[in-house]
Design a protein around this ligand. Sequence first.
Ligand SMILES: C[S@@+](CC[C@H](N)C(=O)[O-])C[C@H]1O[C@@H](n2cnc3c(N)ncnc32)[C@H](O)[C@@H]1O
Length: 282
Amino acid sequence: MDVRSYLKSKIPEEELRFIPRSFDIIGSREKAVAIVEIPEEIYHRRVLIAEAIMKIHKNVKTVLAKRSPRVGVYRTRNYELIAGDPNTEVIHKEHGCYFKLDPTKVYFSPRESTERLRIARQVAPGDFVVLMFAGVCPYGIVIAKVQPLVKKIVAIEINPIAYNYMVENIKLNKLEDKIMPVLGDVKVETSKWYGMADRVIMPLPKGAQYYLDEAFNCLREDGGIIHFYHWAHEENLYDEAITIIEEHARKHNYKIEILNKRKVLPYAPRVYKICIDFRAFR
Ligand SMILES: C[S@@+](CC[C@H](N)C(=O)[O-])C[C@H]1O[C@@H](n2cnc3c(N)ncnc32)[C@H](O)[C@@H]1O
């Protein structure tokens, strides 16, 4: 049963259409957090909505309402605890990987699991990967599970709480020999890996473009692959991102070949998170 059907007999007909059809559940069968966007028109019904979610999904122990867009360098948002346990730390399972995290303190989106798998399937045996903006390390962990012959993944994250979860997650998934966690700013930290990467991943649509110099510098002398994320309006999804990439490639003396361009997820009305996978070569 969905939340709308559950609430049919409990709230007036004209309010039912505002009940959210979907929401995120982060966690496991034992303990999960639901994150829901509740329109202002039915905000006074939030506790009923939370109770309905917890009745239908028995593993959901906490319901949070989004109270801001993602903000700041850490890309976190404000939430209101509507019902349940105020301890919101969970272990999320995806593609056989475990991610321990508190969604109120770090960025994490369960909706990006397909994208993580898509990137992981492109990684080749022996690849040296620089993973910028690593968060709690979902990309790194999925990559190392899907491609166990990856040489090394250097995973850089600036939010100390996300970094601490990354360290725990690397242990939880027994990937200490594959993933090197780094706490700090990509601008500063990447210089240690200049000239070493076969592949650079840039999952920060708000601003990845300002780190493209570092990404090109990380590539091996003869080149490699970069996965570049950006936001774009649906009327012109890829031109701006490709222009930015081409300008940087010229500056760094690389030619580029676009391997793939795709809409990842909607971000705002008519605005999408996009990804461009490209090869840089001399
Ligand atoms: C959009 S989130 C993606 C996190 C993770 N890759 C994931 O998919 O769940 C971007 C992450 O980059 C981190 N970040 C932002 N600016 C950074 C910087 N200059 N250096 C390192 N990390 C940064 C944020 O703290 C945040 O965790």
